[in-house]
Design a protein around this ligand. Structure first.
Ligand code: SF4
Length: 250
């Protein structure tokens, strides 16, 4: 996540639809928000640093799915429904759904299963459902829970690994170390979930570059995911890493 979204936090504490941040491969998906922000808003390079996690009510998500089905099947619009729903629906190919926001896998299991079931009931021909997830989200789930999600077509997880180097992971406050990332990745794979991981080039700084690269290669080899994306570090104004860079300590 590169942009800074802290300023968009709703003043009243209610659920406000997040902006659309998604993996490139989800460009044709329907974007269904279940959360806003991220449960691990400590990563020092991320635009979600410090953002509070908000959960959307299951009933509200179900209502959006109903409205989406009405629109896709009959072209009907409900005035009370956010216009974004219809703007996204008009470009949707009907095959994939991406659950927002920073880590929708943190959503409580019973509610998540209910939303997925409802999606499948309304759109039985869905190919797959995807979401961002943190390693912590995966580790918190039981194997049976992950399998239950896969059976409801939540079959691909996009996970920001960032680095395999424990020193880097500690400094960026990722909240997990190398071994925990490997454990999370293997657990997801064993449950039959497809993994798309991202790492960030440059996160080791100049001095730590070699170790960052080697340890990151090692973490990826140990997990052996289906997909890996190597992103280039973008310094986001307002984040701690941006401050470090300005002060010359990174
Ligand atoms: S877990 Fe991901 S989305 Fe959340 S703060 Fe860290 S990098 Fe950002």
């Amino acid at each position: 996540m590169a942009s800074n979204r802290k300023s968009q936090e709703p003043a009243g504490g209610g659920f406000e639809r997040p902006g659309i941040f998604r993996p490139p491969s989800e460009r044709n998906s329907y974007f269904l928000p279940l959360t806003r922000g991220c449960s691990n808003s400590t990563c020092t390079f991320c635009g979600l640093y410090g953002a509070k996690l908000r959960m959307r009510a299951v009933a509200e998500a179900r209502q959006e799915i109903d409205a989406l089905a009405l629109f896709m099947k009959h072209g009907l619009r409900i005035p009370e429904i956010d216009h974004v729903v219809y703007a996204v629906a008009q470009q949707w190919d009907g095959r994939r759904v991406f659950l927002q926001d920073g880590d929708a896998l943190v959503y409580p299991h019973p509610g998540l299963v209910e939303v997925l079931r409802h999606l499948n009931e309304k759109f039985p021909d869905l190919e797959r459902i995807g979401t961002y997830a943190t390693p912590q989200d995966i580790l918190r789930r039981t194997r049976e829970e992950l399998i239950a999600l896969r059976e409801q077509k939540l079959s691909i997880l996009y996970v920001g690994v960032e680095s395999g180097d424990d020193e880097v992971l500690l400094r960026i406050r990722k909240g997990v170390d190398h071994d925990q990332i490997v454990a999370a990745g293997r657990k997801a794979k064993e449950a039959g979930l497809v993994l798309s991981l991202t790492v960030i080039l440059g996160l080791g700084g100049v001095g730590g570059s070699r170790r960052h690269v080697l340890e990151t290669a090692r973490v990826l080899s140990e997990i052996d995911p289906e997909y890996v994306g190597a992103l280039t570090l973008t310094l986001v104004p307002g984040t701690p890493l941006w401050e470090d860079w300005k002060q010359g300590t990174f």
